[in-house]
Ligand binder design. Structure first.
Ligand code: NDP
Length: 261
C-alpha cells in the first residue's frame, strides 16, 4: 500500500476498551489510517471525551458496552453496525489485570479475569466475525500480553486468560484461513497505562519498596530497560489491519523490547 495515506478508508473498526490506555492509542492509529472507529468500554463519559479528542483524525464514536455482558455486546455491536456499517476490524483490547499469589487467587478473582480478558474476546468475536465473512474481508486483533506467551509469578489467572486468548487466536485463524479474515494477537510487555500505575501502587503497598524501585523491577523485564508506549502497541495493531498484511494470521507478536525472543 505504498503511497496510500488512508489504507483503511471504508472499514469500520471496533476497539473494545478504547476509552483509555492502549485501546485509545489503537483507536487513534486506526482513525489515522482512515477507518471509521467505534470505541467501547463501561464508562460513557470517558468514551465521549476520548472520541471527541480524536475527531481531528477521523470519525470516532463511543458506545458503552461491558464485555462481560453478552446481551450488551449483541445490542451494542448491532447499533455500531447500523451507524457505521459492518464491523470488519475487531480489536479485542478490553482487559483487567490483578496480581495475587496462587494461594490467594480465589474463584472470584479467577472468574473476574477470565470473564473479562478471555470470554469477553470470545463473545465479541462471535458478534463480529460472521459480518466479516459476509463482507468478504476482516481483521481480528486480540491484545494479549507477554503473559500469554510465558509464565509470570503471582499472575496465574491473568496468565491463564492471556494464554487462552492466544489459543483462541490460533484456533480461529486456522478455522478462518479459507476466508479473507485474519486473526492475530499482539503481546505487549509492561506498557505506560493505568494497569502499570495500579501495579506500581500494589508493589509499593505490599512490599514497602519505593516507587522508583518498583518501576525498576518492572522495567527489568524489558531488555530496552523502559516501559513500552501505548502508541507502539497501536502501530503493530494498525499494521496487522492493513490490506497488505493478509498473509499474516495466527501470529502472536510481542511488542516488548525483546523481553521474549
Ligand atoms: P487500562 O486499564 O488503561 O485500560 C483497560 C481498558 O479495558 C479500559 O478502556 C477499560 O474501560 C476496559 N475494560 C476493562 N474491563 C472492561 C469490561 N468489563 N468491559 C468493557 N471494557 C472494559 O489498561 P491497558 O490499556 O494497559 O490495557 C489494555 C489491554 O492491554 C488489556 O487487555 C491488558 O491486559 C493488555 N496489556 C496491558 C499491558 C500493560 O502493561 N499496560 C501489558 C500487556 C497487556 P472501562 O474501564 O471504561 O470499562
Amino acid at each position: 500500500m505504498i503511497g496510500d495515506a488512508k489504507p483503511l478508508a471504508g472499514r469500520h473498526a471496533l476497539v473494545t476498551g478504547g476509552g483509555r490506555g492502549i485501546g485509545a492509542a489503537i483507536a487513534a492509529q486506526l482513525a489515522a489510517l482512515g477507518a471509521d472507529v467505534t470505541i467501547t468500554g463501561r464508562d460513557p463519559a470517558r468514551l465521549g471525551v476520548t472520541a471527541e479528542g480524536l475527531t481531528h483524525l477521523g470519525r470516532v464514536n463511543g458506545i458503552a458496552i461491558d464485555v462481560t455482558d453478552p446481551a450488551a455486546i449483541e445490542s451494542g455491536f448491532a447499533r455500531a453496525a447500523e451507524r457505521s456499517g459492518p464491523i470488519t476490524i475487531l480489536v479485542n483490547n478490553a482487559g483487567i489485570a490483578k496480581a495475587a499469589p496462587f494461594a490467594r487467587t480465589d474463584l472470584a478473582l479467577w472468574d473476574d479475569i477470565l470473564r473479562t480478558d478471555l470470554t469477553g474476546a470470545f463473545l465479541c468475536a462471535k458478534a463480529a466475525v460472521p459480518g466479516m465473512v459476509t463482507a468478504g474481508w476482516g481483521r481480528v486483533v486480540n491484545v494479549a500480553s507477554t503473559a500469554g506467551l510465558t509464565g509470570l509469578a503471582y499472575c496465574s489467572a491473568y496468565c491463564a486468560a492471556k494464554h487462552g486468548l492466544i489459543g483462541l487466536t490460533r484456533a480461529l485463524a486456522m478455522e478462518l484461513a479459507g476466508k479473507p479474515v485474519t486473526v492475530n494477537a499482539v503481546c505487549p510487555g509492561y506498557t505506560e497505562t493505568d494497569i502499570v500505575e495500579t501495579t506500581l501502587d500494589n508493589i509499593v503497598a505490599k512490599t514497602g519498596r519505593t516507587r522508583e524501585d518498583a518501576l525498576a523491577e518492572l522495567v527489568a523485564h524489558n531488555p530496552q530497560k523502559r516501559l513500552v508506549k501505548p502508541e507502539e502497541v497501536a502501530e503493530a495493531v494498525g499494521w496487522l489491519c492493513l490490506p497488505g498484511s493478509a498473509s499474516i494470521t495466527g501470529q502472536s507478536i510481542a511488542v516488548a523490547g525483546g523481553e521474549l525472543m
